[in-house]
Design a protein around this ligand. Structure first.
Ligand SMILES: [Zn+2]
Length: 179
C-alpha cells in the first residue's frame, strides 16, 4: 500500500508568504492531479507557536491559527486523510513530518499497511529533505516527486544538493506522470 506525504503546502511558503519559495503554489495542481492514485494521503503543517527559538533562524512563519499557516487555496484538501502538525513547541525542530506531535506518523502509516511513501511539497532543501530521509530510516520504500517540490535555495544549488542527499540515502526520484 502506498501513501502520499504532502509536506507544508502552506501560504507562508508560497508566493507572498513570510518564507516564500519561488513558485511554491505551483506544486498544488500537480499534487491534486495524482492524489487519487494513493491508498492514503497525509499532509503536514508547519505549526509554530508565536515564540520559538526556531524563529532565531527563520523569519516568523506558519504561526498556529494564522492565514500563513493555512494550506494554500489551490491545494485540494478534500483528498487529505490525515493532517500532521510539526514544530509545535518552542524548540528548533519540526523539519520532518515524522516529527509530528499530534500523532506518531510511523505507527500511523504502519497501521494502514503502508510500505511505500511518495514525498512532495515544500521545501525541497528542508522539510521535504528531512521527511524523505526519515521515511527511508523508518523502513519505507521512498520516492520524491521531483515536479511537485520547490526549494528555498538560501544558497545556490541547495535544491540539487538536497536531491543528491536523498538519492544517496536510497530515495528514488520520480516524475508525477510516472506514478
Ligand atoms: Zn518552520
Amino acid at each position: 500500500m502506498k501513501a502520499l506525504l504532502i509536506v507544508d503546502v502552506q501560504n507562508d511558503f508560497c508566493t507572498g508568504g513570510a518564507l516564500a519559495t519561488k513558485g511554491g503554489e505551483e506544486v498544488a495542481p500537480v499534487i491534486n492531479e495524482i492524489a487519487h492514485k494513493f491508498d492514503l494521503v497525509v499532509a503536514s503543517k508547519d505549526w509554530h507557536p508565536e515564540q520559538t527559538v526556531h524563529f532565531d533562524k527563520w523569519p516568523a512563519h506558519c504561526v498556529q491559527g494564522t492565514h500563513g499557516a493555512d494550506f494554500h487555496a489551490d491545494l485540494n484538501t478534500a483528498v487529505i486523510d490525515q493532517v500532521v502538525e510539526k514544530g509545535t513547541a518552542n524548540v528548533d525542530d519540526g523539519y520532518s513530518a515524522f516529527e509530528a506531535t499530534n500523532l506518531n506518523l510511523t505507527q500511523y502509516l504502519k497501521s494502514k499497511d503502508i510500505d511505500t511513501v511518495y514525498v512532495c511539497g515544500i521545501a525541497t532543501d528542508y522539510c521535504v529533505l528531512s521527511t524523505a530521509l526519515d521515511a527511508v530510516k523508518q523502513g519505507f520504500n521512498t520516492f520524491v516527486i521531483i515536479d511537485a517540490i520547490r526549494a528555498v535555495n538560501l544558497q545556490q544549488g541547495d535544491a540539487e544538493r538536497a536531491l543528491e542527499t536523498m538519492a544517496q540515502a536510497g530515495c528514488a526520484a520520480i516524475l508525477s506522470s510516472a506514478i
